[in-house]
Design a binder for this molecule. Sequence first.
Ligand code: SF4
Ligand code: SF4
Length: 244
Amino acid sequence: MESHLTPLQPDQKFCFNCSPQVKCFNNCCQDLNQVLMPYDILRLKNHLKLTSSGFLEKYTITCIGSETGLPIISLKPAPGKEKLCPFVAPRGCLVYPARPSSCRAYPLARALSRSRESGLLTEHFALIKESHCKGFSKGQTWTVKHWIKSQDLELDFKINDLLMEIISLKNQFIAGELGTKEEYLFRLALYDIDQFRYHIQKKGVSVDSKIKAQKLHPIKTDDIDDIQLLIFAHQWVKKELFKH
Ligand code: SF4
Ligand code: SF4
């Protein structure tokens, strides 16, 4: 499969249309290599009415990233050589309202860079053109900004960027893979959010007094939603595992 990336500015335009009428409908949901971000898992497990542990067990595989040394969670393809997404059906994506951020963003790719001087993050976009995708031949004209809004990606990017910060910290301060306990805690906090909530409520997962009591109180009293808990979980990982 041929693929070509063209950098785009936020106000630059591109033409794209994806619908059940395109000849290639569902072609992009096979040969699966779908990494899941923490917010992807949260949204999918809620959509499927599963616990985070149940979702992870049924639908995902884990490996350790060769560059980051951190656990990477991916969707487990359905059995068969086509490596279909477990959520694709002839009528389309069965989890469309909760599909992962990379599915929403396609055909855009987004990357972040950090200035060494100021530490400021800059986002970069590129158009992914793959030989199997016929969505570019005709259709609506979009700017990058409009596409992001139409796909409801703002919150995805905000939460995904928190993980990018953690990866950057990890690369600065810890070489290679995490220890067994750190790897368990990393996965628990960022990917197994229901268990993380349970551990804080029942077992007291915090071992560092820098996590202030007033932040833990709403979690202990169940007065915090999953999204706020996930944002807290990123802060917790930064403090507990990377002392930042
Ligand atoms: S290959 Fe492109 S046009 Fe075809 S279904 Fe996938 S995203 Fe849509
Ligand atoms: S989650 Fe939906 S859109 Fe994404 S690969 Fe699977 S079926 Fe396709």
